[in-house]
Design a protein around this ligand. Structure first.
Ligand code: G6P
Length: 368
C-alpha cells in the first residue's frame, strides 16, 4: 500500500498531486498532430448537435459540481442551454425529455445507482446519453451511447480530487468540440483555449508548491465547528465543491452560499471568528465579492480569500489570502479548487480523522 501511495502519507494527497498528470492525460491523449480534439467514443455529428435543443447534466456529489462547471463551458462556447441536476432528484422529477435532448452523466466510478437509473430513464424517453467516467467498461460506460473517459487513473481516497479536475477538463473539451462543430468558436479561439487548458497543469504544480502556507491557514480554522464558503458565478461552483470536501473529511458543518444571497439569510450565521472562505476569481464579479467580504467581516467573520495573483484589493480586505495564478475566467475552477482541497486535507489531519476513509461515506454509492 505504501508503494501505491507514491511516497505520500495518504491517497488523498497523492491524488491531489496526480492532478497535473490527470489534466495532461485527459487532454493530450485526444489531440492530433494539428492539435485538434478527437473524441473517438463520441459519435455526435454536426447534424446531431444542431438537432439538440436542450442538455441536462446529471450526477451525484462531486461529479455534479463538475457538471456545474460544464454548464458554463457548454453554454458559453457551444451556445446550447444546459440544466444541471443531481441524479436522485432528476429521476423522480418527471423531466422534460425528448429525442432532441442530450443527457450527460458524470460518474467517477461509473457505478452510482442513482446516476445509472437517471440515464436509463432518459434513454427510455428517447434522449441521447453521453457518459463522462473514469472507469473503462463501467456500468455507466456500457449503458451510454457516447463515452468520454477521464484518464485520471484509479482514485482510492473517498474524497474525490483528481477525478473532479479531469471531469472539468472533459467538459471544456466537449464544449470546445461541440462549439467547433457548430461553428460557434473560431479556429483561432479553439486553439487558444486548448493551449490554455494544457497550461493549467504547470499552474496546478505552482499552487502545490505553496502547500505549507495553505497548511498554516488550515490550522487557523481547525478548531471551529462550522465554516462557510462564498462565491459568485462559476466561483460559487468551486465554493460548493470546497464546502463538500471539507465537510466529508473534517466532519465540520460546512455550507456554500451564492454571495449575493447573503442578505437573504446566511449572514445571520456569521458570528465572531466564523471562518468564511471566499473564492474571488471572476473579473466581472470581483467588486461585488469585495463588498460581500466587507459585510461578513463587519459581523466578525474570519475571512480567507482565494484570488488571482496581483489582485491586491481582495488581499486588503481578507484576513488570510491565497494567491493562485491567473488564466481565463472560464478555466479558473481548475486552479481555485486546489487550495480548497489542501485546506480540507490539512483540517482533517489536524482533527485526527481518517482522511482517506471518512466515517459513514463510501467511495461509490451503489445502493439507492
Ligand atoms: C460518493 C463519493 C463522492 C462522489 C459521489 C459520486 O458520494 O464519496 O466522492 O463524488 O459518490 O460518485 P461517482 O463515482 O458517481 O462520481
Amino acid at each position: 500500500e505504501a508503494a501505491s501511495k507514491g511516497g505520500f502519507e495518504h491517497f488523498m494527497m497523492k491524488e491531489i498531486y496526480d492532478q497535473p498528470q490527470a489534466i495532461r492525460d485527459t487532454l493530450l491523449r485526444r489531440l492530433d498532430n494539428n492539435r485538434m480534439i478527437h473524441l473517438d467514443d463520441i459519435k455526435l455529428t454536426k447534424e446531431d448537435l444542431e438537432a439538440i435543443t436542450k442538455m441536462y447534466v446529471v450526477a451525484c456529489g462531486t461529479a455534479s459540481h463538475a457538471g456545474l462547471v460544464g454548464k458554463y463551458a457548454i453554454e458559453k462556447l457551444a451556445k446550447i442551454p444546459v440544466e444541471v441536476d443531481i441524479a436522485s432528484e432528476f429521476r423522480y422529477s418527471d423531466p422534460f425529455i425528448d429525442e432532441h435532448t442530450l443527457l450527460i452523466v458524470v460518474s467517477q466510478s461509473g457505478e452510482t445507482a442513482d446516476t445509472l437509473a437517471a440515464m436509463k430513464l432518459a434513454k427510455s424517453k428517447g434522449a441521447r446519453v453521453l457518459a463522462i467516467t473514469n472507469v473503462v467498461g463501467s456500468s455507466v460506460a456500457r449503458e451510454a451511447h457516447d463515452v468520454f473517459y477521464t484518464w485520471a487513473g484509479p482514485e482510492i481516497a473517498v474524497a474525490s480530487t483528481k477525478a473532479y479536475t479531469a471531469q472539468m477538463i472533459a467538459f471544456y473539451m466537449i464544449a470546445l468540440d461541440f462549439a467547433y462543430k457548430k461553428g460557434t468558436v473560431t479556429l483561432e479561439r479553439y486553439h487558444e483555449l486548448i493551449d490554455r487548458i494544457e497550461a493549467l497543469a504547470p499552474l496546478v504544480e505552482k499552487i502545490l508548491e505553496n502547500k505549507e502556507a495553505i497548511k498554516t491557514i488550515a490550522e487557523d480554522i481547525k478548531d471551529t465547528s462550522s465554516a462557510f464558503y462564498l462565491g459568485r458565478g462559476i466561483d460559487y461552483t468551486t465554493a460548493r465543491e470546497a464546502a463538500l470536501k471539507l465537510k466529508e473529511i473534517s466532519y465540520l458543518y460546512t455550507e456554500a452560499f451564492a454571495a449575493g444571497e447573503l442578505k437573504h439569510g446566511p449572514i445571520a450565521l456569521i458570528d465572531q471568528g466564523t471562518p468564511v472562505l471566499c473564492v474571488v476569481t471572476q473579473k466581472a464579479l470581483e467588486e461585488k465579492m469585495i463588498s460581500n467580504i466587507k459585510e461578513v467581516k463587519a459581523r466578525g467573520a474570519f475571512v480567507i480569500a482565494v484570488t488571482k495573483e496581483g489582485h491586491s484589493e481582495v488581499g486588503k480586505v481578507a484576513d488570510d489570502i491565497i494567491y493562485i495564478p491567473e488564466t481565463e475566467d472560464l478555466l479558473m475552477p481548475v486552479l481555485s479548487v486546489i487550495p480548497t482541497q489542501l485546506i480540507a486535507y490539512y483540517v482533517s489531519i489536524a482533527r485526527g480523522n481518517d482522511v482517506d476513509k471518512p466515517r459513514n461515506l463510501a467511495k461509490s454509492v451503489t445502493v439507492e
